[in-house]
Design a protein around this ligand. Structure first.
Ligand code: KIV
Length: 274
């Protein structure tokens, strides 16, 4: 299978150049059909490690492996024509040191054809980001609520309140100075997201971080309303696919039980009546 990038794709320098411009449109995708749907509308498509929770039913992103990211990355690659594809480095595959991060990132790029990777962490990851960027690996950073650190953070809480704001500001400056081409700000209080966006030279991409950011990202299944009971405050639902799918499946089940499906128009030959 070819994993070559297609011509015309958005590049990391183009994303960087959008700082302060028209907001960057970003969504996650994990499969070929979803990648085909989002590609015409997005600047960036992220194969996020949220795939573990959204598609595999894991309780957190901690159980996601490099092999899972490669399989989903290859599927998404087949569905993209123009958006920049970014793949998450999963937990435990990069925090051990910059050489480990390089090996994982190079493997993900070679095996999926993605043009950039994303990793979680601020000041503590600056040296790794500098190392990767200097070796031709475009890095999207991710600070604020970093789901891979959910245990250390004590849950999926809003970040940057009170004194914590200065720590996150330092994280933002550190990843920008280390050479990240963009940074995801997750679940940050709005004024801090605005301060960070005004204070660093790379685009900020918000998820639950207010309209002040240079772009926005959501998990596709969340904005499509796939999960009826999952309603985080920062998600606007643009569809109710979970509800609509439930209604459709119930209708199918009823029609099968009542022998109303398949109809004569779905059958071959004489219609196959009993
Ligand atoms: O894994 C993911 O989907 C992410 C986004 C929510 C930013 O990191």
């Amino acid at each position: 299978m070819s994993v070559a990038r297609k011509t015309g794709a958005v590049t990391p320098p183009e994303v960087l150049a959008r700082k302060g411009g028209v907001p960057l449109v970003c969504l996650t995708a994990y499969t070929t059909p979803m990648a085909r749907l989002v590609d015409p509308h997005c600047d960036v498509v992220l194969v996020g490690d949220s795939v573990g929770m959204v598609l595999h039913g894991l309780p957190s992103t901690l159980g996601v492996t490099a092999e899972m990211m490669i399989m989903h990355g290859q599927a998404v690659r087949r569905g993209l024509e123009r958006a920049l594809m970014v793949v998450d480095l999963p937990f435990g595959t990069y925090e051990g040191g910059k050489e480990q991060a390089f090996r994982t990132a190079a493997r993900l790029m070679a095996e999926t054809g993605c043009a950039a990777i994303k990793l979680e962490g601020g000041e503590t990851m600056a040296e790794t980001i500098r190392f990767l960027a200097a070796r031709g690996i475009p890095v999207m950073a991710h600070i604020g609520l970093t789901p891979q650190a959910v245990n250390a953070l004590g849950g999926y809480k809003v970040q940057g309140q009170g004194d914590d704001a200065e720590r996150i500001m330092r994280d933002a400056v550190a990843v920008a100075e280390a050479g990240a081409f963009a940074v995801v700000l997750e679940k940050l209080v709005g004024p801090l997201a605005g301060r960070i966006t005004a204070g660093i030279a790379i685009p900020t991409i918000g998820i639950g971080a207010s309209v002040a950011c240079d772009g926005q990202i959501l998990v596709l299944e969340d904005m499509l309303g796939m999960f009826a009971d999952f309603r985080p405050k920062f998600v606007r639902r643009y569809a109710e696919l979970g509800r609509d799918a439930g209604t459709a499946i119930a209708a199918y089940a009823a029609e099968v039980r009542e022998r109303r499906f398949p109809g004569a128009e779905h059958a071959f030959g004489d219609g196959g009546t009993r």
